[in-house]
Design a protein around this ligand. Structure first.
Ligand SMILES: CC(C)=CCC/C(C)=C/CC/C(C)=C/COP(=O)(O)O
Length: 160
């Protein structure tokens, strides 16, 4: 369960995407990875905002022993792990060429991350279900905001 928690945490995803971006030598790979980073940041902002507004307490039996949390992470609605798993799961299925068994594993991982949030006592079922729905929608939003290579070049040009 703890391993599933780490696998859906924001830090490994952000570091992993940043590292792959650093190592990537193709324009297509860089485009996908930069947009994944954008999605991960968007997820942190949106989940943090909803948590700050709703302020639903985590279940009483939860022990707050998670690593690297923000202050809003004392709140449970929605599950940030569930939003991230749903969004990243859709992202991987859409942008990586994966063999069918691996695609099934991705979907299984999304479901198990959600289940582990409840079994670890971190969340109520509704936090996770809403998180899945929110992550699904966040992926749609990311597709709408998708930064094309031209937009990225313009952005980098302005920064330089
Ligand atoms: C660069 C940067 C701002 C990194 C922050 C990553 C971070 C600390 C994410 C928080 C992940 C987390 C513990 C979310 C809580 O998930 P729940 O499923 O318990 O809502």
């Amino acid at each position: 369960m703890k391993l599933l928690e780490v696998s859906g945490h924001g830090i490994p995803w952000l570091l992993g995407a940043a590292y792959c971006l650093y190592k990537s030598d193709s324009a297509a790979g860089q485009e996908v990875l930069l947009n994944l980073l954008l999605g991960l940041l968007l997820d942190l902002i949106l989940v943090g905002s909803v948590k700050a507004v709703v302020r639903r307490r985590r279940p009483a039996h939860n022990q707050m022993d998670m690593f690297a949390t923000f202050s809003v992470d004392r709140y449970s609605f929605p599950s940030g792990h569930a939003t991230r798993a749903a969004m990243c799961g859709r992202f991987l299925l859409a942008h990586l060429v994966l063999a069918p068994p691996v695609r099934v594993l991705v979907v299984l991982w999304v479901g198990l991350v959600g289940l582990s949030r409840v079994l670890l006592g971190r969340h109520n079922v509704t936090d996770v279900l809403f998180g899945f729905w929110m992550g699904y929608c966040q992926y749609n939003l990311l597709e709408m905001l998708w930064l094309s290579p031209q937009a990225l070049q313009g952005l980098l040009g302005q920064l330089a």
